[in-house]
Design a binder for this molecule. Structure first.
Ligand SMILES: *[C@@H]1O[C@H](CO)[C@@H](O)[C@H](O)[C@H]1NC(C)=O
Ligand SMILES: *[C@@H]1O[C@H](CO)[C@@H](O)[C@H](O)[C@H]1NC(C)=O
Ligand SMILES: *[C@@H]1O[C@H](CO)[C@@H](O)[C@H](O)[C@H]1NC(C)=O
Ligand SMILES: *[C@@H]1O[C@H](CO)[C@@H](O)[C@H](O)[C@H]1NC(C)=O
Ligand SMILES: *[C@@H]1O[C@H](CO)[C@@H](O)[C@H](O)[C@H]1NC(C)=O
Ligand SMILES: *[C@@H]1O[C@H](CO)[C@@H](O)[C@H](O)[C@H]1NC(C)=O
Ligand SMILES: *[C@@H]1O[C@H](CO)[C@@H](O)[C@H](O)[C@H]1NC(C)=O
Ligand SMILES: *[C@@H]1O[C@H](CO)[C@@H](O)[C@H](O)[C@H]1NC(C)=O
Length: 460
């Protein structure tokens, strides 16, 4: 009775087991939370995909369309890979109920226009891969709402315009990679580009576009180059522009800056902001004065410095006697340290006219030069002195030379010619210690005994 198994509980147990929609489609591989249906010849989505999928791989198939709510039944979906399909458009609401998506790879498809509604609601999306499609246009509102976006790749398309204005300081706080390289942008709205958050500018890739050479373009890149952005360093030769829009007159403008010598890069960055870079080289410990002369001529300016080691410096924040900020904007550091090196940026603010201007100074603090009197000389001098001492010691005992007190160990083998010290080195004993201490001749061997102590065990 007590051990009997009733069919009731068993049926209940069976009904709790995963229902049929949880089974893995025959052409897919299901491993815990990963469902891989790549290269399965699919031309449409499998009817039932396991609802527990977190990663779904549909790459290398023939999918050409995504219907509304395609992933509604997969609430935990985070990674969706659909690279190398035939997608040419996505229907309204294709990603409805897929707001958990963090990684979406639609690269190497046939998308033409990225429509405003495509990624609606994907506020958790961190990476969006759309490279190698046929995209000619990205609608203005496409990126709005993608507030977790970190990386977006639009390379290898035919994009001529990009809605830079839709990316602002707080709209995409984590965006650090915006790849628009290898597209067809010839003229960019440089004012919008300059207004992008610093993090986005640092991660903006624009090489291998058919940019038209002009000063407003050059000044932006000049500025990025100055800041050492990787996008420019890694693709120096791919940054080309064309003269008069003639594709055959293509210039590697980061290499041939001479052609832009008549561009007033300082002014072009953002009027009336004037950015002039100067380099200051000082030795550690020296006093440094950094001037903040800008294009603003008003006598009523207030100055702010940003320093690499101390952050914001204004008249009000200085509580350090080693730093002073003069009324004319000059910043003085009493004794520069090596880690005071870096880019100092001064902002002059004319409150009345609501104008500001900045100036950058690249400070390099060098360690003081090494003194020529180095250890080599010291050792040599030590040897000579020791030899002299030994000669005096051998011929003029008792020693009257004060430098005998600290001889160098390397002189010791010579001193072993003295039979007295020889015996005391190789056969000392505790009994002899008192005599050794009082014997001036042996005093200098003690150094060696104590140095080589571990190898040598005294008797008794
Ligand atoms: C999908 O989202 C809509 C609202 O956008 C909601 O009404 C619906 O219940 C969701 N469906 C599922 C299966 O979660
Ligand atoms: C530059 O872009 C073209 C297409 O616009 C592409 O075919 C080529 O591979 C790209 N070159 C590099 C070096 O990225
Ligand atoms: C500042 O100067 C140092 C040494 O001259 C150089 O390595 C560094 O790249 C410079 N930084 C900028 C932003 O120009
Ligand atoms: C820059 O201006 C000077 C004088 O105005 C002119 O001789 C020179 O050709 C110009 N350089 C370029 C690259 O346009
Ligand atoms: C600068 O270097 C000193 C040691 O030389 C160190 O104690 C200090 O923390 C460093 N400051 C910064 C801001 O790195
Ligand atoms: C200077 O002020 C800052 C905050 O304003 C404080 O963190 C720092 O400890 C102060 N330094 C000294 C030396 O008083
Ligand atoms: C600013 O004032 C300081 C101290 O009065 C002076 O040493 C410095 O030369 C001045 N700088 C300029 C650019 O006039
Ligand atoms: C400088 O001026 C620009 C507009 O010209 C403004 O956006 C910026 O906030 C100003 N910066 C400061 C520090 O006032």
């Amino acid at each position: 009775m007590t051990s009997g198994v009733y069919p009731g509980p068993l049926l209940l147990l069976l009904s709790l087991l995963p229902a049929s929609h949880q089974t893995c489609p025959s052409m897919c591989l299901c491993v815990s939370d990963i469902v891989s249906c790549s290269a399965s010849g699919l031309s449409k989505l499998p009817k039932s995909l396991p609802s527990y999928s977190v990663t779904l791989d549909l790459s290398h198939n023939h999918l050409s369309w995504l219907g509304p709510g395609s992933f509604t039944r997969i609430p935990r979906l985070e990674n969706l890979r659909m690279t190398h399909n035939q997608l040419s458009s996505l229907s309204q609401g294709a990603f409805n109920n897929a707001s958990g998506l963090r990684y979406l790879d639609l690269s190497s498809n046939k998308l033409h226009v990225v429509e405003q509604h495509y990624f609606q609601g994907l506020w958790r999306l961190e990476e969006l891969l759309l490279y190698n499609n046929k995209i000619t246009q990205i609608e203005a509102g496409t990126l709005i709402g993608l507030s977790s976006l970190k990386k977006a790749y639009f390379s290898l398309n035919q994009i001529t315009h990009f809605p830079f204005f839709s990316i602002q300081d707080h709209s995409h706080p984590f965006l650090a990679m915006l790849d628009l390289s290898s597209n067809r942008m010839s003229r960019l709205p440089w004012e919008d580009v300059k207004a992008l958050p610093g993090l986005v500018q640092r991660g903006l890739y624009l090489h291998n576009n058919s940019l038209i050479c002009d000063c407003s373009m050059y000044s932006v890149f000049w500025h990025w180059d100055l800041r050492g952005y990787d996008s420019l360093k890694d693709f120096t030769d791919e940054h080309t522009c064309t003269v008069y829009g003639n594709p055959r007159a293509s210039i590697r403008f980061l290499r041939h800056s001479r052609l832009f010598q008549n561009c007033t890069v300082e002014k072009a960055v953002s009027l009336p902001v004037t950015v002039l870079l100067s380099n200051v080289l000082v030795s550690e410990g020296e006093r440094v004065r950094l001037d903040c002369q800008t294009s603003l001529s008003s006598t009523d300016l207030s100055f702010t410095w940003i320093s690499p080691s101390k952050g914001y410096i204004t008249q009000a924040t200085i509580n350090d006697t080693l730093i002073s900020l003069f009324p004319n904007g000059t910043l003085e550091i009493q004794a520069a340290k090596v880690n005071d090196s870096g880019l100092y940026v001064c902002t002059a603010l004319d409150i009345k006219q609501a104008l500001n201007a900045t100036r950058e100074v690249n400070v390099t603090v060098l360690l003081p030069a090494v003194e020529p009197f180095n250890t080599g000389y010291t050792t040599l001098l030590g040897c000579v002195v020791t030899m002299v001492c030994i000669l005096i010691y051998l011929y003029m005992t008792p020693c009257r030379c004060s430098c005998c007190k600290q001889p160098k160990p390397q002189a010791i083998p010579i001193s072993t010619y003295d039979p007295n010290t020889l015996t005391s080195v190789f056969s000392p004993s505790v009994r002899d210690q008192h005599r050794i201490q009082t014997n001036k001749h042996v005093a200098f061997m003690e150094a060696m005994i104590s140095e080589e102590g571990p190898e040598w065990t005294p008797e008794s």
